[in-house]
Design a protein around this ligand. Structure first.
Ligand SMILES: [Mg+2]
Length: 144
């Protein structure tokens, strides 16, 4: 059951103490897409989301997006793909997707945080690899 529990839970990606993560040795940040960076199947993300990810990169973090979304293309995907490391159809909680993106970002699992809304994909997958799991609450939705 311990693998189900995130290291921390926040209301949004904007409330994470990224400087504390850095002090803990976290060098890379992997973000889930749906219900984490934006609403499920969003066609666009808010400008402040891109601004946050770009600021984190400017501050020295490696930033990636790890999504189980299967459909290729779309405005959000194109924009994320142009700006950040992105892996779709990641197969979370399976290990392979995490490891592929971590390799692209050139960090070990223990140096990375996974930030996502779902226990059964984001949290478990990250915990099994020894990543720092941060769960984002989805407003108005039951957890799953
Ligand atoms: Mg999600």
């Amino acid at each position: 059951m311990g693998f189900l529990l995130p290291a921390e839970t926040v209301d949004s990606i904007h409330e994470i103490d990224y400087e504390r993560l850095r002090a803990q040795g976290i060098r890379a940040l992997l973000f889930d897409l749906d219900n984490t960076l934006g609403p499920r199947r969003a066609h666009r993300l808010r400008p402040e989301v891109y601004a946050l990810l770009e600021r984190l990169e400017a501050d020295g973090f490696r930033v990636g997006v790890l999504s189980n979304r299967r459909r290729l293309g779309g405005a959000v995907i194109d924009e994320l793909c142009n700006r950040f490391a992105l892996l779709q159809a990641a197969g979370k909680p399976g290990r392979v997707g995490f490891l592929v993106l971590l390799a692209e970002l050139e960090v070990a699992p223990g140096e990375a945080a996974m930030i996502g809304d779902r226990y059964l994909t984001d949290v478990i997958g990250a915990n099994r690899l020894g990543m720092h799991a941060i769960r984002v609450r989805r407003h108005g939705h039951a957890s799953r």
